[in-house]
Design a protein around this ligand. Structure first.
Ligand code: GLA
Length: 379
């Protein structure tokens, strides 16, 4: 495999991971979420291929590459990284017809994979943006987001929401995005967290095998919504169902549907409250909502795991940490912690030791800052 220096690329796309302050598993339920793009990124170097129909994409991380002819790629579902590329090419070809030609791409990354900070969306969005800019398709951000979601649904088989792609395309330095996933309206929130910062702690429990559990949650919520619609047919999404309507009609649901629906309604309210608290710099109360969110994800939505629970419980002992919860799809991955900046280093030392003793596994801290979303740099 060539190295980047020899590659002689034309454009570089920097595609970031994301954090989500609060509002987990409610994007596909039409709720509100509070994500932001971060400084950890996938780097994608692109150039056109002179033979015009061959596509070659290499991953430095996996030390693997895929080569295919534009005319030949097929549609199949699997979660290998190469399938993200095939999926993007499939939809871009449909959209742009003969304008899409052969290309080469090299992918490098400082974004930890499978840890709940959306490395997969960063990859898909990076490929779409790169091809859009290399061939000057001028596809809108919204359309690119739409393609990214279709690739995850139809090529990877995960029926994910829209939060990650929005954070990647609309992220701004030091701003949190309040996204309503029903109307797709965005509001940028100024984030002043100093002297606190967000620290991610990666359990190193890989969550990649969880796609079937993720899809199960999506289906349970769909079924719950269908049932509530029999009572209130104007309801457009599960997140807008009030806690009362769910509790008062408990007998309509299976036990799982009831728990999922209750969580979704409560979490959506927590996001709206959190937005106000963040805007008024009331971080202590916001931190409490982070802890409540984790309780809901653990007990009602059931997407946590013992390693995540341990980290969240452990943080409760320390007043320097205002809030902590699992982040992303769950079943592993990271916790997000709101922690006093000068306490980050000693806390990492302390908690890493305890985590290793308990689980015989390494804990990986990820210190992040909130940065601009995806961008293309011309050489
Ligand atoms: C994954 C999905 C998102 C969202 C989160 C959970 O990251 O890609 O759409 O559902 O899980 O909040």
């Amino acid at each position: 495999m060539k190295n980047i220096k020899e590659f002689n690329y034309k454009i570089l796309v920097e595609s970031p991971g994301r954090i989500n302050l609060i509002g987990e598993h409610i994007d596909y339920n039409g709720g509100n979420v509070l994500p932001a793009a971060i400084d950890k990124k996938i780097l994608l170097y692109f150039k056109k291929n002179l033979d015009n129909s061959t596509c070659k994409v290499s991953s430095l991380h996996y030390n693997e590459s895929i080569t295919f002819k534009l005319s030949k790629e097929t549609k199949k579902i699997n979660s290998n990284w190469k399938n993200y590329i095939i999926g993007v090419v499939y939809y871009l070809k449909k959209l742009s017809g003969s304008q899409l030609n052969g290309f080469e791409c090299m992918i490098d990354s400082n974004l930890p994979l499978g840890s709940g900070i959306s490395s997969s969306s960063a990859l898909v969005c990076g490929i779409i943006k790169g091809l859009n800019d290399l061939f000057e398709f001028k596809i809108s951000k919204y359309e690119m987001i739409n393609i990214a979601q279709k690739v995850e649904h139809n090529f990877i088989g995960v029926k994910g929401g829209i939060m990650d792609q929005f954070a990647i395309f609309f992220g701004e330095k030091d701003k949190i995005i309040l996204l309503n996933c029903n109307s797709l309206k965005l509001k940028m929130i100024n984030s002043k967290f100093s002297p606190y910062k967000f620290l991610l702690l990666n359990t190193n429990v890989n969550h990649n095998l969880s796609s079937s559990d993720y899809n199960k949650r999506v289906n349970e919520c769909k079924n719950a919504l269908k049932k509530i619609k029999n009572i209130d047919n104007k309801l457009s999404c599960l997140a807008n169902a009030s806690e009362d309507i769910i509790i008062n009609n408990k007998s309509l649901f299976t036990n799982n549907e009831y728990k999922r629906a209750l969580y979704v309604s409560q979490e959506n309210q927590r996001v709206l409250k959190s937005t106000k608290l963040i805007e008024s710099s009331n971080l202590i109360e916001f931190g409490k909502l982070m802890y409540n969110s984790h309780e809901g994800l653990k007990n009602l939505y059931e997407v946590s795991c013992k390693e995540l629970d341990f980290l969240v419980n452990h943080s409760k002992k320390y007043s320097h940490i205002l809030g902590s919860r699992m982040m992303g799809g769950g079943f592993g991955g990271c916790t997000i912690n709101l922690i006093k900046e000068n306490y980050i280093k000693p806390y990492i030392k302390l908690v890493s030791k305890k985590y290793l003793n308990k689980f015989s596994k390494k804990l990986t801290p990820i210190e992040i800052s909130i940065e601009n979303g995806i961008k293309t740099i011309k050489k």
